[in-house]
Design a protein around this ligand. Structure first.
Ligand SMILES: Nc1ncnc2c1ncn2[C@@H]1O[C@H](COP(=O)(O)OP(=O)(O)OP(=O)(O)O)[C@@H](O)[C@H]1O
Length: 330
């Protein structure tokens, strides 16, 4: 695969002296649908060359945020800049590539025709053969898109985001439905684009993907930014630990954030494993097979979301118990 294919067209790869250019800036930007507030006023900046992961449970407002940033929707209040201009103007939108969560590819058009159609919107597009080769679709060039497998359709949808040599790509769950090998190949594409100076904002429900790719993670919960930091800092921020054990039941001890039973083992998430284990022993409840480890990123975000929800809940509302591994995180 030729890495130069992914070199962003303009100067994002080699910014002049000083700070890199601002790719995205929102100021008090909000969005409501009727009386439903999907996004509360949000101030967000993404510098040129950053690779940012956007996480949040279903309905948190991720797609709404993306649609505002790429100019598909208008904010209800505040505003948004894309490379210093209005994202609703084609001149600024031409600097970006987008893979939406769902792509309606015309089923009777051939893969090559779809690539040509997308390419026609840009002055200096990636040639069809190079683009398809890069995404492993060259042998499907004459196939109607309706005859592609789900994974091939997804690869084509991601390829189209790169056809105009964008300075920034917005990828909404780019690897959903792909097998592990194809997912890793796409990660390489995204990494190569980033290494060449490209800016990326990506949502994913594979937390491993965010851990593997992102420098920075923005967590949205209920239309608000619950956290905006590095992956490592976020882990430190919550400092949750996972205690798992074999037991018939565990008494309701104070340090338990979440509790889940899987295949006979009980998994507890806690901010202080030492204190929880002490309390368990003191309670006299029989248990065996004790294991303690750091929480995964997914578990850390669950804790964060619960804290944000508890902060928002009316006084006196009992804290909700989240079912790990079965929760709404995407
Ligand atoms: N066109 C619409 N009309 C009314 N409400 C909407 C519309 N689009 C989104 N919403 C609501 O706004 C909120 C945010 O939705 P959004 O799709 O942005 O969330 P999301 O984080 O992308 O969710 P998911 O991970 O499920 O895709 C949700 O409560 C959703 O029901």
């Amino acid at each position: 695969m030729a890495r130069t294919l992914l070199t962003p067209a303009a100067s994002a790869a080699a910014p002049s002296a000083g700070a890199p250019p601002m790719a995205v800036r929102t100021m008090g930007m909000s969005r409501s649908y009727g009386d439903k507030t999907a996004l509360h006023p949000i101030d967000l900046e993404i510098r040129g060359g950053e690779l940012v992961g956007l996480l949040g449970p279903n309905g948190a407002g991720k797609s709404t945020l993306l649609s505002l940033l790429v100019g598909l929707r208008r904010p209800t209040s505040g505003h948004c800049e894309l490379f210093g201009g209005d994202p609703r103007r084609a001149v600024h939108r031409r600097l970006i590539g987008v893979t939406p969560q769902e792509t309606g590819l015309p089923p009777t058009l051939r893969v090559g025709e779809v690539a040509d159609f997308a390419a026609a919107h840009y002055e200096n597009p990636v040639p069809r053969g190079e683009l398809l080769d890069h995404f492993g679709l060259l042998d499907k060039e004459r196939r109607q898109t309706g005859g592609l497998s789900g994974g091939e359709k997804r690869r084509l949808a991601v390829a189209l985001a790169f056809v105009g040599r964008p300075r920034m790509v917005f990828l909404d769950e780019p690897t959903t439905g792909l097998d592990v090998e194809t997912r890793r190949t796409l990660w390489e594409v995204i990494r190569a684009f980033h290494a060449e100076g490209g800016t990326v904002l990506l949502t994913s429900h594979y937390l491993e993907e965010i851990e593997q790719l992102a420098d920075r993670v923005v967590v949205l919960t209920r239309g608000r930014v619950a956290a905006d930091d590095t992956v490592d800092a976020l882990r430190g921020l919550v400092r949750a630990q996972r205690v798992s054990l074999l037991a018939d039941e565990v008494p309701p001890l104070p340090g338990i954030l979440t509790s889940e039973r899987v295949d006979g083992r009980i998994h507890l998430l806690t901010p202080d494993a030492d204190a929880l284990v002490r309390d368990l022993v003191m309670s006299g409840a029989p248990f065996s097979g004790l294991e303690v480890r750091s929480a995964t990123l997914e578990e850390a975000f669950l804790t964060l979301a619960d804290e944000a929800e508890a902060d928002d809940a009316p006084a006196g509302t009992p804290a909700k118990t989240t079912q790990l591994g079965n929760g709404p995180w995407r």
